[in-house]
Structures are given as C-alpha cells and as structure tokens.
Ligand binder design. Sequence first.
Ligand code: G3I
Length: 335
Amino acid sequence: KVKGLKDYYQAYFPIGVAVNPRMVNEGAESSFIVQQFSSLTPENSMKMGPIHPQENVYNWEASDKMVAFAQQNGLKVRGHNLCWHNQTPAWFFKKDNRVVTKEELLARLKAHIFEVVKHYQGKIYVWDVVNEAVPDTGLSMYRKSKFYEIIGEEYIAKAFEYAHEADPNALLFYNDYNTESKAKREKIYQLLKGLKQKGVPIHGVGLQAHWSIDEPTQSELEESITKFASLGLKIQITELDISVYPKEHERRERRENDGVGIFTDEMEQKQIQQYKMVFDVFRKHKQNITSVTFWNLSDQYSWLDNFPVTGRKDFPLLFDKNLKPKKAFWEVVKF
Ligand code: G3I
C-alpha cells in the first residue's frame, strides 16, 4: 500500500485538498485523493453564487456529490464558505429594483446560512463562515463589501450566530489571506479579539496560505500562529499553495507575461526550502493547528494559472501534472 501524505501526518493533523466535482468521478484523480488526503474542501461549489443562484433556489448537486464521495471514503469535509464579498450573486443585494435594506439583507443572510448549514449538518464538521472581511491596505478594519455597506460591521457576528444556531456542533472559522503581513494580521487580530469578547461563537481562524517562494518568512508565520492562538482559537491552514514566482514578480508579470511556464531548477530549489520551512513550523505548532489543506491537487491545474494574469503557468503544489510527487513532497514527509 502506498503511503500517502495523510499517513505521514497521521500523528499531526488531517491533510486536505480543494476539489471540484469532476475530480471525484471514477478515475485516477479520485483514487489518488483517497490515497493521499484525509479531508476535502469544495473549491467553488458551496459559495453563495454557485449554491444559491436565485432567491429560494439551491443547487446542491455538485456539493452533494463531493460530500458523498468524502463520506464513502472516510474523508472529513471543510465547508467553504458562507459569507464572502466575492462570488455572491447580484440578486442577493436587490429587491424590486432597489438596494435591500439592512433588515432584508440580514434576513437573506440568515436564510442562506440556515439552509446550507442544515443541509450538511453532521457531514461538514467545520465552516469558513466569513471569508476575507479585512482589507489588505488602508486603516479600516473592514473591507467595504456590500455586506459591510448595507449592514455594517455586525454582519460578521451575525453570520457566526446564524451558523451556530443552524448547527451547534459545527466548528466555525474566520478565513483570510495575507495573515502573515504585519498590518493585516493586526487588523484581523483586533477583529477576532472583539468577536471573542462579545461572546460570538467563533472557534478558529483559517490561514489561507497562498504563499510564494519568498514569503512569508518563518518568523512572520510563527508570529501569526502564536498571536491568533493566544486568543484561544484553533488554526487551520485552509488553502495552501506556494507560487514559484516571487511575490514582487506579481506586478511585473502583468506586463511581462508570455504565457509560457518553465519550472526551473532555481524555482524548484526555492520552493523545496519554503515547503520544508512551513511544514516544520506546522509540526512544531501541532497543538494549535488542526488541519492543513492544499488549494488544488496537482500542478496540472491551479487557480494561480489565472492569477495575477491568465495564462501564466504556476507550479505551486506537491504533485506534478502526472500526479507524481515532486522533490518538495519528499522534503515535507522527511522528519
Ligand atoms: O463555472 C464558470 C463557467 O461556467 C464559466 O464559463 C467560466 C468563465 O469565466 O467561469 C467559471 O467560473 C469560474 C470558477 O472559478 C470555476 O472555475 C470563475 O470565473 C472564477 O472566478 C472562479 O475562480 C475561483 C475564485 O476563487 C473566485 O474568486 C477559483 O476557482 C478558486 O480557486 C478561488 O478560490 C479562492 C477561495 O475561495 C478564497 N480564497 C482565495 C482563493 C483563490 O482566489
């Protein structure tokens, strides 16, 4: 029997992967998922737009399929996500050709969260309840999303309260990226501290971990983990990938992108070091880290192939396009 990532990490935390429905059909990818992983997250299908395209209309098919696959094969499921500024359908904020009132939007948010959380009650053990509510820059603690503009900051607490009411056994997480950057980390910390102080039912924080070969540094990462853990919150790494492009490359790439990607030896060496560092840190902090999920399965496909520009090939994962473990894989399981 092949030893999978999840087996190496059995004494530490479940290892998850973001999937889409076609990956759980019969075939090489689905058996590979079962061999390597012990948790899965639907990459897109549980988001508000895909799952709730019109008022009172729910699309369960894609998500049900992945949840059933997980149950049949003994994988845990992370629910992603209940409230986000992105992939939210336009109807949600409109009524009779006007913008919804605060009360109407809260009622819609509650109806949405109740319907989705109850549908998967007992099958999804943890939900990303609010996703990316804090802006990267500026002084404001809150992203100026439609939820924020119409409801105000309390939409965040309300979303957690609704989710808790819908399924009191589910673990409820706040999920965000760039959680290692000092300014943003501080804002997220203040937000979460405030929620805890008000007695809002929040159990953890998801560090998305869309990283690159040059960030975060070990000290930035450890500082984030210890700081959030000091609030009594559990930590999950929810969307891990390590871009082979330096972060600073992102801006230049908008002009220089030639649509061709080559996984050079230099990229590979840097990526190996970064993967090794972050997994060393995860194991060191295993009392606080309760799950590590990769955002996509292999270098065959990644959302990063379309970010920051379409057609820039990236190689951010531990398996190559043929599902063969890369050198970074062997570093991560060597301890
Ligand atoms: O399904 C439609 C298809 O019908 C249509 O023809 C096509 C044309 O654009 O779009 C398809 O939808 C795309 C969808 O992925 C499914 O492939 C959307 O355009 C595209 O925007 C969407 O991107 C997703 C992105 O979230 C949305 O912002 C990525 O796959 C997904 O990996 C990404 O995941 C997010 C996390 O949820 C939150 N954290 C950041 C992370 C990366 O951006």
